[in-house]
Design a protein around this ligand. Structure first.
Ligand SMILES: C[S@@+](CC[C@H](N)C(=O)[O-])C[C@H]1O[C@@H](n2cnc3c(N)ncnc32)[C@H](O)[C@@H]1O
Length: 286
């Protein structure tokens, strides 16, 4: 087993490279954690110490930088996480986006950005389908993550009971069929609406206009400059009047953005102004 430890200089350089690659930011207190997470990589590559590993990253081994990001990211997630936010999505955002009753049912595009192993995307898909407000053939849920392994797991769509630790999922159980070994598999109807792709949030990834972006528990691991880049890219990809939903400990209130914060009984969401709603647009054409 590798005995070497991660010195301050190596840590500084490795965290800088991870920041440039994925926007991730690790404080000095994270050094022991990063040391633990990178140990297996160093052993797998047959290297003797962290300095040799750092050199390899510095020399431009982009695949290894990706591997380092893969092991250093936090991929914790579960289905129906954040009940209050999901209630806001179901009871307020979806009816608004659908435009109410009486019309032909339309479509919706939702993006789970930083979806980890996919539970969030399937959760959002189950809520949209169950709402009955949209034409199921026009429901698109995109899940993206920087981790290839997470995206592969999301595509498999098979989850152990720990992914269903939240009781809020009980009402949607039929979308996740129980298998003899106790695991649950996503049913075809839901699978057909959900699409997964490996993508780095710092780089562009286009799938047309989006109605709602969920990006929860991702920005909290990034530095301020990267957060700004990512939030701006959400703004550009959202349809006018579209929504951004962040995690509970993430907020845009101190940021300078054109998003309009909207306070609801259960959650704070951010809305992209509708056409003509931006202060700079008002009065145009008069
Ligand atoms: C804690 S998980 C959040 C999962 C889910 N959104 C939730 O709230 O349950 C954070 C995820 O963000 C991903 N991530 C971190 N940096 C990223 C980046 N630059 N591009 C895409 N995904 C990233 C990680 O790989 C990880 O799977």
């Amino acid at each position: 087993m590798l005995k070497a430890s991660l010195g301050t200089d190596d840590f500084e350089l490795i965290r800088k490279l991870l920041n440039q690659h994925a926007g991730l930011w690790f404080g000095a207190d994270m050094r022991p954690v990063i040391e633990r997470r990178l140990r297996d990589r160093i052993e797998a590559l047959g290297l003797d110490n962290f300095t040799a590993y750092r050199r390899r990253l510095e020399e431009g081994d982009v695949i290894e930088v990706g591997e380092a990001a893969e092991v250093c990211t936090v991929n914790e997630t579960y289905a129906f996480r954040g009940e209050r936010q999901l209630r806001t999505f179901r009871d307020i955002l979806l009816p608004r986006i659908s435009g109410g009753s009486g019309r032909e049912k339309g479509g919706i595009v939702v993006w789970s950005a930083g979806c980890a192993t996919g539970e969030e995307a399937y959760t959002l898909g189950a809520i949209v389908l169950q709402s009955g407000l949209f034409d199921p053939s026009r429901v698109r849920i995109f899940g993206t993550d920087i981790s290839r392994r997470c995206v592969a797991a999301a595509r498999r769509g098979v989850y152990s009971s720990s992914s269903f630790r939240d009781q809020a999922g009980l009402a949607y159980e039929h979308f996740f069929r129980r298998q003899p070994d106790g695991s649950r598999v996503v049913v075809e109807e839901l699978r057909a609406a959900c699409h997964f792709r490996q993508a780095n949030l710092l780089e562009g990834s286009a799938f047309g206009f989006i109605n709602v972006v969920f990006c929860r528990n991702v920005l909290i691991h990034m530095d301020e400059a990267s957060r700004r880049v990512v939030v701006q890219s959400f703004y550009e990809r959202l349809a006018p009047g579209g929504y951004l939903v962040l995690g509970h400990s993430e907020s845009l209130l101190k940021e300078r953005t054109d998003f309009i914060p909207e306070e609801h009984p259960d959650d704070l969401v951010y809305r992209k102004p509708a056409v003509g709603e931006l202060p700079s647009e008002r009065g145009r054409g008069r």
